[in-house]
Design a protein around this ligand. Sequence first.
Ligand code: PMV
Length: 364
Amino acid sequence: MKLKSSAVAHPNIALIKYWGRAVDHPSYLNIPTNDTVSMTKESIESSKTGIDLITHTTIEFSENFSKDTAFLKTNNELSVFDQSQMKRILAVVNPLKELANVDLHFKMVSENKFPTAAGLASSASAFAALATCTSNALNLGLDNTELSKYARLGSGSAARSIHGGFVWWKKGNSHDTSYAEQICACNEFNIAAVIAVINREEKEVISNVGHDSAHSSVFNPIKIKESERQCVEIREAIMNDDFTTVGKITEKNCLYMHSVMMTSDPPLFYWNPNTLRVMKRVTKLRYQYFQTAKLLKEGVKQKEKEGIECYFTVDAGPNIHCFCRTEDIEGVQGFLGDIGIPESDIVKVKQADYGSKIIEDHLF
Ligand code: PMV
């Protein structure tokens, strides 16, 4: 048995969101109330921006360790994960130890290749990397379906970060039936995104806690029902390279989730005024694009093409992902700059061709 292994994983951005755990299952299983769909993402020009959307994790099991330890590596310094983070790490590692019939303590070090406080950190890449290297260190040889189930125990959205490209997480109705599968590989559908980082601070209510309040919103049943339908529609649109339909559904689903958040008890407001300002400008930019396209179609002379077809989505925080066609990525970057987003807060992302994978480079 190797007992030591490392893995890297990319975060993902949900097009159809996970918000709320199914009440008829133990909450530690993180079984969602509806199926969800996402794009696994990777940053473009990471050497220029210093932001590489990737988590690198090493784990080692040894009889020399008298207890389990886990550290976050930032700028070459190690800090110990707090108790609640450790609980989530153990939620992934312990079941895998049990499966392998191994009773040894571990040391784990995890590093995000992007500023930890950049508002881009994602538990998805962290737990996908952790499940992947732990399974390998314990010689379990789990396939992606199995890895997806164990990654989910750390953070629901991590179930999707096991795969690259576009991913569907089937909610299922047990630990064994709730896992993610790839819809299509990287670049089979022409889409990219530009992130506007509105706030680099950590969110006040982390999603792991927010999930518990979704049921208190009267809109939740509608969001669940609509999301199920939207998953089917968006998969069809992704397979048909239908960007307009994907964009429209993505934006609607984001607004359904935030409607639930805002009408929960207590209400959760993840946007700040700047978030709303950018969302409105994105809508306007798209409106201009459709207006111009209509006029051009009607043969009305235009000075130049105006607007860009782009759509927003926002997770449990104030930052905005603007989806566009890959050829429009610089255009959207320029637009965000023009409306006052500093260059250092604009991050271009493309589809990642893998979710998580084993690497030989160990962090200790
Ligand atoms: O996996 P969690 O518990 O961090 O929840 C993710 C929740 C959202 O990012 C808001 C939506 C999603 O599906 O990723």
